[in-house]
Design a protein around this ligand. Sequence first.
Ligand code: GLU
Length: 294
Amino acid sequence: MTATPAVIGRFAPSPTGAMHMGNARTALLAWLHSRAAGGRHLLRFEDLDVGRVREWACDATRRDLEWLGLDWDEESLQSRHIERYAAAAAQLDTYGCTCTRREIQQVIQDSAGAPHGEEPIYPGTCRLRPVSAIRTPALRWHVPDWTVCISDALGGSALCQNLRTEVGDFVLRRGDGVFAYHLAVVVDDAASGVTDVVRGKDLLPATPRQAALQRALGLPTPRYLHVPLMTGFRGERLAKRGGAPPLMALREAGEPPGRVLSALAASLGWPVPGEVSASELLPLWQSFVTTAQT
Ligand code: GLU
């Protein structure tokens, strides 16, 4: 008899500042998903963008999570795994690119097929021309002509993108040497055996290109659950003037964590008392997932 593989989930914050209620809600939902399945839960700091990382933010995030009772089984920092990303990039068909943003924009504007999406699609300018010696090149993936579809386990919607026409050759390593989020996230989720990714809905449009990287690198595609973003949170339950302060401010002001959890759950429309513990929310997550799937 083969055992069903256990769920391995993760919360992967970028330590660029204080955690706010929106991050906390994603952290809570990711935790609920891992724990409701009796699975492992990982904490991964996505700290590759050195210019944006704040040193104190990892520690503040750990404390905020502990304070809310959102524990984790293992922690990792992306900055310790640079060699993994380099090895993965070396397996792909890539080319150096020294085009500036302005040059790319110009080519797009000059071409008949101007983009209709929100994000400009890189027109492949550097693919055919030698890189300039003046700047260190970024590394772009010469994307295959694949249409990649992913389905979201929350809500069940499928999203398909053609890499050539809807995504374009995207950057795997920036000119300043920083490996791109899309590559790092795919390599790390696979290295940690992540089976379930719970994250904000803003990342849904990026998921097909991550699935494409998984396919090209021979890595498994996890289950994705993109949770709604928290917009316009007024935080009535926290009885503070002018909306929700950062989590650490609430923590330091002696706010009971159960009230914060209650406010987070209430913002999803969950029926909760004024104070709850994280584990008391486990059954509500299960019904949230079930409702979203029907
Ligand atoms: N580090 C990303 C963020 O904080 C999340 C990445 C992910 O969950 O895939 O928005």
